[in-house]
Design a protein around this ligand. Structure first.
Ligand SMILES: *Cc1c(COP(=O)(O)O)cnc(C)c1O
Length: 221
């Protein structure tokens, strides 16, 4: 199946309120252009340098989402153009994003990454720490970021009950936070679900899925 056919298949399986982030990490610009020509505009990458190179080479109406773990010292390379940063898991990182966004006269949208998987390897804040961050006075001083929702990654498993319970945890956190809106919090995005689990994630309230291999094929590292 072509990239275009894969995209159509996925779009036909998701409700209209769910946004599709096409995860193009490791994939060449030709593949991204094929998806672009089929109408896709949101692409996700997990390495800042790779995303910046692709931004330079590809059409400027693409929305670039950073879905990977972000190192503070690299924020400056994406601050001019990134449209949503999914993996924010500390105040220190938010503070740096704010600083770099200010230099570029921008407000950069961010999601807080919540740890929902049992596996130790996954990054993210606990629900308690996210709540403390959202309620903190310091957050109100950051005028160049906006927290627009939450992101999570479930355990890599095909145990549907486990996936469902992990996504459920994120949905509960989202419901807990979604009325905390103020000048730089506007909770609207719930980013969860990948190629193997996006249907379960949507059942648990996801409105943004991040799908790579089901669109572009397996990744070769
Ligand atoms: C790679 C990646 C995805 C996409 O994974 P697939 O299984 O290929 O759909 C989604 N989210 C994050 C954070 C990723 O790193």
């Amino acid at each position: 199946m072509s990239i275009q056919e894969n995209l159509q298949t996925i779009l036909s399986q998701i409700p209209e309120n769910v946004q599709l982030v096409a995860v193009s990490k490791t994939k060449p610009n030709e593949d991204i252009l094929e998806a672009y020509n089929a109408g896709q505009r949101i692409f996700g990458e997990n390495k800042i340098q790779e995303m910046a190179d692709k931004y330079d080479a590809l059409p400027k109406d693409i929305e670039w989402h950073m879905i990977g773990h972000v190192q503070t010292n690299k924020v400056k390379y994406m601050a001019p153009f990134v449209s949503l940063i999914h993996g924010v898991d500390s105040f220190k990182l938010l503070n740096e994003i704010n600083k770099q966004a200010q230099k570029n006269n921008r407000v950069v949208n961010c999601l807080l990454q919540i740890k929902i998987a049992e596996e130790d390897s996954k990054f993210g804040l606990s629900v308690e720490d996210a709540k403390a961050l959202l309620e903190s006075h310091e957050l109100k001083t950051l005028n160049h970021i906006k927290i627009t929702g939450l992101m999570g990654m479930a355990t890599f498993t095909d145990d549907e009950e486990q996936l469902s319970s992990e996504f459920n945890k994120l949905q509960s956190a989202f419901n807990l936070f979604k009325n905390m809106n103020n000048s730089n919090i506007q909770m609207t995005v719930l980013s969860m679900g990948m190629s193997g689990d996006f249907k379960i994630a949507i059942d648990r309230g996801s409105n943004m899925i991040r799908v790579g291999s089901s669109i572009f094929g397996e990744r070769i590292y």
